[in-house]
Every structure is written in C-alpha cells, then in structure tokens.
Write a new protein. Structure first.
Length: 315
C-alpha cells in the first residue's frame, strides 16, 4: 500500500522568494524512484459534432476535512489533468490536486501517509501569516521600517524639506550607509508635513531605501567579486516577488532591493550566492563549495530568508 501511495502524490513546498534547491544536506525530503501511475485507458468514443459546445471546466470541489493525528484539517480538492496527487500549502490552507480517476478514499490515505509533513507545513504557514500581519506598516509619523536588520523610525519634519534625505543614528554615530557593521536604532527624517498622505510617506521611504540598496549592494558586490575572482558587467535592482537575486553568464547580476531590510550577513550571503553562479551556473555540490569557501556559516542566512516576513509597500 505504501509503495502505491508513493506513486500517487508529490510534494509542493512554497516559499516567499527563494526557490533554488539547497545543498544536498539541506534538501526537502523526497520520494526518489516512486513509480508514476498512468491513467486507465478510456473506451473509444465518437468525436463530438462540430456544433457541440465544449463543456465548462469543472469547479473546485467544496472544502473537505480529514483527521490527521489529533488535528481536523480542512482541505480543498481539485480534480486536474495530472498523473499524481499534489499538495499545496498556502495562506488559504491545504489544497489537494488529484487525477479525476483517483477515488477520495485513496486521496485521504495519501493525506494520512504524509500527515506529519502536512501538519508541519501548515504550522509554518500560520506562523508566517502572523509575522506578515505584524509587519504591516501604517504609513504615518513614527512608523517603523526594518533597515539592515534594525528598526528605522520614520519622522515627519517639514523643516527638513531642503535637506538631503538622510538617516541619523540616535547614538550620534556616523551615517550607517558607510559601513556594514551592526546598525543601532536610527531615525529617518522626511521633509513632509504631519498631514502628509500615507502614499507620500510610503513613496519617500521607498525611494530612500532603494537608494541605500543600490549603494550598499554595489559596495558588497565589488568586495566579493575581487575575493572570488569574478567580473560583474552590470548590477541592477530587482523587485521580483519570488527571487532574491539572479546572475547571468555574461556577468549581469540582479539583486532584490528588499534585501536592504535584512542584517548585513544575510545581504552578503545573497551577493556571494549570485557571484558563485559566475563560476557554476547550477546548484551542484561544486556550487555550494564555492559559497562555503567564502561564507562557511551561510546556512543561517538561508534560514533567515526562508522565514522572511517583509512589510508591504503596495498600499
């Protein structure tokens, strides 16, 4: 029975951004060698007449529930043209996609077989949703934005209208953009009135953060390119929703500006990761050896990226 179930389903593990496979030791559990079940042959039928309308796509089956361990788990069942059962965990919960010919009893046996994995992923998704809710920003005087792993307090000060936009450290230290050292609590003064619209505040902060990202990423790329013996032909900022960065064989590198929210060690990991692709355009053991030679403790940074819950700039 377990052998049969192994061929019926596959993992679908979602993350916010990072989707590249990890090193062999950090891979998600897999079922290698699982047989693929073919769809049972259909009886031959007459072709439809030219005037016959195509039937509409079947709607999603209403939500069901199944007892997994001590938890009653609701799930949405979708019938699809596929050869295996797929599980997807998202903010909406558990969704199961299955071939039309697989009975519900067989699907629920597959769910039972992977109960531990499903419950763990649902718990992780719930924790992530809670972090996202806590990260929502109300764009007003005194709001807080993560910057280099620390809180950046936004202060509206009309007297600063003619001054360059700049962050000032509460401790009186020098400007943080000149160093990747630990950044203390700091304040960003915007030349806006207290009654400024949320959109104005958001756009001003966005512009400042992206400028800091470009300056900082340029510095770190130059530093590690020299250390790793690679040449960068172009560095561009990205606003991708599913990737932290990318690199092309011609030396072009793209880094997501949202990395500016993270502590310096995490930024360095993404920079080194992308520059390592200029040696190895894959995620083979040789690629991870290049990364590890520069940053031996890179796993902690990868974990930070997977747990990321960034503030929304869309509203």
């Amino acid at each position: 029975m377990l052998h049969r179930l192994a061929g019926l389903f596959q993992y679908v593990q979602l993350s916010l951004f990072e989707r590249e496979p990890g090193p062999p030791s950090a891979s998600a559990p897999q079922d290698p060698g699982a047989p693929i079940l073919s769809r049972p042959p259909r009886r031959p039928s007459m072709p439809p007449s030219p005037s016959a309308a195509l039937p509409p796509a079947p709607p999603a089956t209403p939500a069901r529930s199944v007892q997994l361990g001590t938890a009653q788990v609701a799930y949405e069942l979708r019938r699809a043209r596929r050869r295996s059962i797929g599980f997807t965990i998202s903010e909406a919960g558990l969704r199961v996609s299955a071939p039309k010919w697989v009975p519900v009893g067989e699907i629920e046996r597959a769910l039972q077989h992977k109960a531990g994995w499903i419950l763990r992923k649902l718990q992780e998704q719930q924790e992530r949703s809670e972090r996202l809710a806590a990260a929502q920003i109300r764009w007003a005087d005194g709001c807080v934005v993560p910057y280099l792993g620390q809180d950046l307090i936004i202060v509206l000060d009309p007297s600063a209208q003619r001054l360059p936009l700049k962050a000032r450290l509460d401790s009186g230290q020098t400007d943080p953009q000149s160093s990747l050292a630990s950044v203390p609590r700091q304040t960003l003064y915007l030349g806006l009135h207290q009654q400024a619209a949320p959109e104005q505040i958001r756009d001003a902060v966005l512009s400042w953060l992206q400028a800091q990202a470009r300056s900082l990423f340029t510095q770190r790329c130059a530093h590690f390119a020299a250390q790793m013996g690679v040449r960068i032909s172009r560095l561009r900022l990205s606003s991708a929703q599913t990737r932290w960065g990318s690199a092309s064989i011609d030396g072009s590198v793209r880094l997501n500006w949202r990395l500016i929210h993270f502590e310096p060690a995490t930024i360095d990991y993404v920079v080194v990761h992308e520059l390592a692709h200029l040696h190895e355009m894959n995620h083979s053991p040789r690629f991870w050896a290049v990364v590890g030679a520069v940053l031996p403790d890179y796993e902690s940074a990868r974990l930070q990226l997977r747990r990321a819950a960034l503030p929304s700039f869309s509203e």
